[in-house]
Design a protein around this ligand. Structure first.
Ligand code: SF4
Length: 400
C-alpha cells in the first residue's frame, strides 16, 4: 500500500500489518507520522490530560553476571565498585519519596548471584510491613528469570512467591529488542531470549499483575527488527491485555563496551510515533525525557505520548551511560502545561490521583539526581549475613 492509502487506512481506525508499518516508518514524513500518532492519542485521550507519576527508581545492586554489551551500569562479581543496598538505605529512599508525594518504588538491579530469592521476599515483606500502602513496581523479566535459575523454581512459582511477599507490578525493562539475532549481538540472549521475556509477562498478567513494556533501540537492530519488537508486544497484549504502557528510549553509548553513537531526536520521535500506530491496543505511551531531555520530551506529546513518566529523583542506569536529565514535579508540570495539556498525577494503573502535588502542599525541590550509593562506599549491608553467598567474593565479604 502507498503512504497515502496507509494514511487513510490508519485514519479509518484499521490495524497496520508489518509491511504497512515498514512503509510508513521508512517513507512517511516525520510531520505525517506525528500527525497520525497525535490523532490516535487524541482519540484515546480526548480530555488532553497528560499524566506523570511520582515514584523513585532504585537500583538495589549493580553487581551483574549478565554483562550486556550496551550496559555501563553493571560491575562484575568481586568488583570493588559493586554494591548492594541495605534495607535501611532502601527505607530512607522510600521516606524521601513519600515526602515528595510519591507512593511507589521502581526497583530494579543487576543479576547478583549472591542475592537469593529469600532476600527479595524479606525485602518486600519488610517494606510492606513498614509502609503498608506503598507500591513495589519491581524486577524486570530478566531479573525474574535470573531468580528462577538461581532458585531452581519455574517462573510462575517465583512470581507467586514474590506476589505473596508484596510485589505489585512488573516493569518492562530488559526487553531491548525482542529479536534473538539482536539479543545475541548485544550479549543479552542468555539473560532472556525474546520468547522468555514475553513469557514472563504472560505469566505475570495471568497471575493478575499489570506490567509495562519497553524498547531500547539504536544499537545493532534494523528498522524491521524494531517493528518486529512492536508486533510481538501487540500480540501478547491481544492475548492478555496486561500491559499498562509502552516506553521506548534510545541506546546511550557512553562508557559501554559496545560504544557507537546515539540515535537522533528525530529518530526518537519517528520511533515513538510508529509505536503509537502499531500498538493500537496500548492505552498509554510514555515520553522518554530522561534520555531525550525535557524539550524533546515535550515534543513527544505531539508524537503520540500521553504520559511524562516518572518524576526523576534517582536514576543510575542510563546516567552511567551518559544521560543525566533531571526534572522534578514542577519542571514536568511546566513542560506539560506549556505544550497545552492538562497535567495530572497518576499511579502505575494510570488511575488519576489528582492535581500536581506541589499545588496542594509544599514539597522539596529535587534539581539533581541522587545516586544509589555514595562513591567509595563499599559497606556491606548487615542483613546479607542471613543469606549464604554463592560467589567467592561474596563469601569473603560475609565472613566476620
Ligand atoms: S542491562 Fe541489566 S542485566 Fe544487562 S548487564 Fe546491565 S544490569 Fe546486568
Amino acid at each position: 500500500m502507498s503512504v497515502e492509502k496507509l494514511t487513510s487506512h490508519v485514519r479509518n481506525g484499521n490495524r497496520l500489518d508489518r509491511a504497512g508499518a515498514l512503509e510508513l516508518y521508512t517513507r512517511a514524513s516525520t510531520a505525517l507520522l506525528g500527525e497520525l500518532a497525535n490523532e490516535i492519542r487524541g482519540r484515546k485521550h480526548p480530555d488532553r490530560i497528560v499524566t506523570y507519576i511520582i515514584d523513585r527508581n532504585v537500583n538495589y545492586t549493580n553487581v551483574c553476571v549478565a554483562r550486556c554489551s550496551f550496559c555501563a551500569f553493571y560491575r562484575p562479581v568481586g568488583s570493588n565498585e559493586g554494591y548492594v543496598l541495605g534495607f535501611d538505605e532502601i527505607f530512607r529512599k522510600i521516606d524521601e519519596t513519600i515526602a515528595l508525594g510519591g507512593g511507589q518504588l521502581l526497583l530494579q538491579g543487576g543479576h547478583n548471584p549472591d542475592l537469593p530469592l529469600q532476600w527479595y521476599e524479606d525485602l518486600f515483606r519488610a517494606v510492606k510491613q513498614k509502609y503498608p500502602t506503598f507500591k513495589l513496581h519491581a524486577l524486570s523479566p530478566p531479573e525474574i528469570i535470573h531468580l528462577s535459575r538461581l532458585s531452581h523454581l519455574p517462573v510462575p512459582q517465583v512470581l507467586d512467591r514474590l506476589i505473596a511477599a508484596g510485589l505489585d507490578s512488573v516493569p518492562g525493562g530488559g526487553a531491548e529488542i525482542l529479536v534473538d539475532r539482536v539479543r545475541r549481538l548485544l550479549n543479552c540472549y542468555n539473560k532472556a531470549t525474546a520468547d522468555e521475556w514475553l513469557d514472563v509477562m504472560r505469566h505475570a498478567h495471568r497471575a493478575g499483575l499489570r506490567t509495562t513494556a519497553t524498547m531500547m533501540y539504536g544499537t545493532v537492530e534494523t528498522l524491521e527488527e524494531r517493528l518486529e519488537h512492536l508486533f510481538r508486544l501487540r500480540e501478547v497484549q491481544d492475548e492478555t491485555g496486561g500491559f499498562t504502557a509502552f516506553i521506548t528510549w534510545s541506546y546511550q553509548p557512553q562508557h559501554t563496551e559496545l560504544g557507537g553513537a546515539e540515535a537522533t531526536g528525530v529518530d526518537y520521535l519517528r520511533t515513538l510515533a510508529i509505536a503509537r500506530l502499531v500498538l493500537d491496543n496500548f492505552d498509554n505511551l510514555q515520553a522518554s525525557w530522561v534520555t531525550q531531555g525535557g524539550k524533546v520530551g515535550q515534543l513527544s506529546l505531539a508524537f503520540g505520548a500521553n504520559d511524562m513518566g516518572s518524576v526523576m529523583i534517582e536514576e543510575n542506569v542510563v546516567r552511567a551511560a551518559g544521560a543525566a536529565y533531571c526534572m522534578d514535579e514542577i519542571e514536568i508540570v511546566r513542560n506539560i502545561e506549556n505544550a497545552g495539556f492538562v497535567a495530572k498525577r497518576r499511579n502505575m494503573h494510570y488511575d488519576i490521583l489528582g492535581e500536581p502535588m506541589f499545588r496542594e502542599r509544599e514539597v522539596p525541590r529535587m534539581l539533581e539526581l541522587a545516586t544509589a550509593r555514595a562513591e567509595g562506599d563499599t559497606s556491606v549491608p548487615e542483613e546479607l549475613r542471613f543469606y549464604p553467598a554463592r560467589s567467592r567474593s561474596g563469601k569473603e565479604a560475609r565472613t566476620p
